[in-house]
Write a protein that binds this ligand. Structure first.
Ligand code: H79
Length: 424
């Protein structure tokens, strides 16, 4: 799904500090897909379904009555909210978004609206409540993914054409009886939320979508809503799943990627991205002004796969050293170069060197400000440089401090020109 159009900024304009400020400074978030599908891990009746495991009910056309039985065995006794939040924190992530309800219709929280929820499992605990407590303690923003239109459990919800007949459905009654009441529960019972992550719009006109947002805003004026609420509405932009836009986007935006090839836990998928790949992905996204929300798929026992934890902690190590060039920056004013990309703070330009030029000369075009000093962020070592009207040239050592991304700080005075605006 692609976000269309641009977001409604009228509310943020009225405020001194835009309410999207925290989001734009955050840069790195954790996405968590966790639900009944985590029990199956991509396998149903001995058949394996590669790819998005949270889609298994749809892909295997599992009848509602069959799928619902999974609730009787959901018991993630190893779930520990504090541990998950600690992992996110150590990874350098500033927000967490977890599936409150995915397309399968199962509420991972205590809902009075529908019994198809986690309190009606042997687990009998509300993990979203536990996460909200742990997030508040650790100063991490919490957001909920909520599938507002697709709901394969409900006769009038979108998407299930194997139990129900799509053309007979009354989507409005589904919104009125489940979707909107559950969104209200999420906005009322879990403290202040950073955002609601809507996905896959449908069944509502623009006016009705606006009314839904208005209802939600009355409950939490500062909560952000993702653009996948539909009709060009929402507070920040999401593009397609695993999609990075080609160039700088100046509106608040986020790219979502998953650690392997599935959002939900997929027991036979070990195609995990390496820490270097994540660091470079994050860097490229931040240089275009966006956030990376990286997804993991916890198992049905409540643990995050070991591969994901290891990778996250490794990315966190890099961020501990290089975070100054990521958090609170704006997009790079210099177009991408063969060696890498840039990010910006008012008096510092950060060069993210991901590929060392063979001759060791790092050419940075378009630096039309007075350079004062150039050094490696990680070890503070000064670098030799020369500047003329066309470029800044930095002499690199034979070996760079970091394999994935060695950040160079360029301290300058003056106002650097924005090549995305000023370019002919
Ligand atoms: O929650 C994750 C996905 O389940 C959800 N968005 C992310 C964040 C999503 N909903 N819809 N889609 C993604 C697009 C649908 C893609 C599909 Fe397929 C292609 C559905 C059927 C074919 C991918 C492949 C999913 C199942 C098989």
């Amino acid at each position: 799904y692609k976000a269309k159009g641009i977001i409604d900024k009228t509310t943020s304009k009225q405020q001194e500090t835009p309410k999207t400020q925290w989001f734009q400074n955050a840069k790195f978030g954790l996405f968590i897909h966790w639900g009944l599908y985590s029990i199956l891990g991509g396998e149903w009746n001995g058949k394996r379904y590669y790819g998005s495991s949270e889609w298994i009910m749809n892909r295997a056309k599992i009848p509602v009555v069959e799928y619902s039985k999974l609730a009787q065995q959901f018991n993630p006794v190893k779930f520990n909210a504090a541990e998950w939040v600690k992992i996110a924190k150590e990874a350098g992530m500033k927000y967490i978004v977890i599936t409150a309800k995915h397309h399968d219709g199962f509420a991972m929280f205590d809902s009075k609206v529908s019994d198809f929820n986690i309190m009606h499992t042997p687990f009998h605990r509300d993990p979203l409540k536990e996460l909200s407590v742990a997030c508040q303690k650790n100063n991490i923003k919490l957001g909920f993914y909520y599938s507002q239109f697709l709901d394969w459990h409900e006769p009038n919800g979108g998407g299930n054409d194997w139990d129900f007949v799509e053309k007979n459905k009354d989507y409005k009654s589904y919104y009125q009886s489940k979707s909107i009441p559950q969104i209200k529960e999420l906005l009322s019972n879990y403290g202040p939320l950073g955002l609601i992550w809507f996905d896959m719009p449908g069944g509502l006109s623009k006016e009705e979508t606006q009314a839904l947002i208005d209802t939600a805003r009355r409950l939490q004026p500062n909560c952000l809503f993702s653009s996948r609420v539909g009709h060009g509405l929402g507070d920040f932009l999401d593009f397609g799943d695993s999609e990075v836009p080609a160039t700088v986007i100046k509106e608040p935006w986020e790219a979502i990627f998953t650690h392997n090839d599935s959002w939900g836990y997929l027991k036979f998928d070990f195609n995990f991205k390496t820490p270097s790949e994540i660091i470079r992905l994050l860097t490229n996204i931040v240089s275009k002004g966006g956030n990376l929300m990286l997804n993991v798929g916890p198992k049905a026992d409540g643990t995050i796969p070991e591969e994901s934890i290891k990778c996250l902690l490794s990315v966190g190590k890099w961020l501990k050293i290089n975070g100054k060039a990521i958090y609170g920056t704006t997009y790079g004013p210099i177009a991408p170069q063969p060696w890498g990309v840039t990010t910006l703070k008012p008096d510092k330009l950060f060069l993210h060197v991901m590929l060392r030029p063979k001759n060791g000369d790092l050419i940075v075009p378009g630096v039309n400000v007075k350079v004062k000093k150039v050094w490696f962020l990680s070890n503070m070592k000064s670098l030799n440089w020369k500047q003329n009207q066309q470029m800044l040239k930095v002499k690199l050592p034979l070996v760079l401090p970091d394999d994935a991304n060695s950040v160079i700080v360029v301290e300058y005075t003056g106002k650097i020109s924005d090549s995305y605006i000023d370019a002919p």
